[in-house]
Design a binder for this molecule. Structure first.
Ligand SMILES: Cc1cc2nc3c(=O)[nH]c(=O)nc-3n(C[C@H](O)[C@H](O)[C@H](O)COP(=O)(O)OP(=O)(O)OC[C@H]3O[C@@H](n4cnc5c(N)ncnc54)[C@H](O)[C@@H]3O)c2cc1C
Length: 403
């Protein structure tokens, strides 16, 4: 049975993050965006609020709240700017939740606990210069040397590349096995041979940090391999089930921001002797935003519900991510249209929303990849087998973390 009523905790977290965004992000975001400045202090402040590990069990340093609470945090953060939601997506969604799902107890203690508390920041490195959608096209190699691996290669377009402390990365341990020859590792900042470099000149998410990871024969201890050798592809895909959930939730925040800005402008602008909100063609754009906000939120809520129940949700997550990100991009374009020429200027935030809304249509599975996935599910070409490790259902068992 679905329950559409937000819990008291959901309402409190939404109010908390909304107030935080209004106070800490809104007054500064235009300047940060123009300066291409990532304000790391925001992550520290989110950590103080317990928001960097909101759905990680308390036993592992998190707030122990349900998965829908993470969606609320992401929605409210992206209402402020995509950069900070992206940070939570990679830190919590792609990295910490993967550690929770696949990490050994020792790895959880070493990596997850400080991440959930926000003392250390996590990132996720899958994409390479020659391999984005086609993950098996990666070139990074990890050669086994007894008690460690020697990692060589590079990653590109990695969010928080210059900020993070722990990098969950993927490399071949046996190239001949294709997908089944990829393994997952944690690379720690400071390991000799590991360096990062920022990417400049992005269209959007300019208040975010994106860059390259370079592995120049990095010695990675065996204890830093997540899962078994050859499980890396499955781990990466299950990480995306969590990351995409947060991206979809964030897209709801973009739609909400577009709607709020458009409603305000409809009140203030008059043409042909009436407020523009009274013109039916403007109303059409407003109606579409309102409808897509509701549709996207419902899709996200369903994924949160499945995650809470410990049920695999690859299909539903892909659908939510695809639909909501496309809707956010459309909402941002329409929000500019509602604002006319003023929307085309940085005097109003809607041009930033459009620039920001493009990346989520590309990252964590492009629009085309999700279209293909949905067609394959519908046609019966794709089914999801059970995974060796599942994300724990919520409420978390008391034994979670006592091992
Ligand atoms: C701001 C930003 C932040 C990012 N952060 C991260 C991060 O933290 N970690 C990380 O690992 N990556 C990150 N990425 C990378 C992102 O995940 C990739 O860009 C994405 O997976 C697409 O890969 P690609 O850019 O190589 O495009 P390609 O895979 O080369 O695709 C190019 C085009 O071809 C289309 N295409 C490809 N294959 C098919 C097919 N089979 N059928 C139809 N069309 C197809 C694509 O949809 C796309 O339109 C980030 C990207 C951006 C822009």
């Amino acid at each position: 049975m679905y329950d559409f009523s937000p819990s008291q905790e959901h309402g409190s977290v939404r109010a908390l993050v909304r107030a935080f965004v209004d106070r800490e992000i809104m007054p500064n975001i235009r300047a940060w965006d123009e300066a291409h400045h990532f304000e790391t202090g925001i992550l520290h402040k989110l950590a103080d609020l317990g928001m960097m590990g909101v759905c990680i069990p308390e036993a592992y340093g998190g707030a122990g709240m349900d998965y829908n609470t993470l969606a609320i945090v992401c929605e409210e953060l992206e209402r402020g700017d995509t950069a900070f939601r992206t940070a939570v997506s990679v830190h919590t969604g792609l990295n910490s939740m993967t550690m929770l799902q696949w990490g050994s107890e020792a790895q959880k203690q070493k990596f997850l606990v400080p991440q959930a508390k926000g003392e250390k920041i996590g990132a996720f490195g899958l994409t390479e210069p020659d391999a984005g959608s086609d993950v098996a096209g990666m070139n990074s190699m990890a050669v086994f040397k007894g008690d460690h691996y020697v990692l060589s290669g590079s990653k590109i377009w990695i969010s928080l590349s210059d900020v993070a402390d722990h990098f969950l990365v993927f490399a071949y341990t046996d190239r001949n096995l294709r997908h089944k020859g990829i393994s997952a590792f944690v690379v720690e900042r400071g390991m000799p041979g590991f360096s990062t470099r920022p990417i400049h000149g992005k269209l959007g998410i300019r208040a975010g940090n994106t860059g390259e990871l370079i592995f120049d024969d990095v010695r990675v201890p065996v204890e830093n391999r997540i899962g078994e050798e050859g499980e890396g592809f499955k781990i990466a895909m299950s990480a995306l089930d969590n990351g995409r959930f947060t991206v979809a939730a964030g897209a709801c925040g973009t739609i909400m921001a577009c709607l709020e800005a458009s409603l305000a402008y409809c009140e203030q602008r008059e043409t042909f002797g009436k407020k523009i909100g009274e013109h039916q063609l403007v109303q059409q754009m407003i109606a579409k935003m309102a409808a897509n906000l509701e549709i996207s939120r419902l899709l996200v809520a369903k994924v949160g519900w499945l995650k809470n129940r410990g049920v695999r949700n690859t299909r539903e997550t892909s659908l939510a991510k695809w639909v909501s990100c496309d809707a956010a991009f459309e909402a941002a374009s329409d929000a500019i249209q509602v604002h006319g020429a003023y929307g085309y200027s940085s005097e109003y935030p809607v041009e930033r929303y459009l620039r920001n809304a493009k990346a989520p249509v590309i990252y964590e599975g492009t629009r085309e990849i999700h279209t293909i996935m949905q067609a394959e599910y519908a046609l019966g070409y794709r089914q999801d087998a059970a995974l060796r490790a599942m994300l724990p259902a919520w409420p978390f068992a008391h034994s979670e973390g006592e091992a």
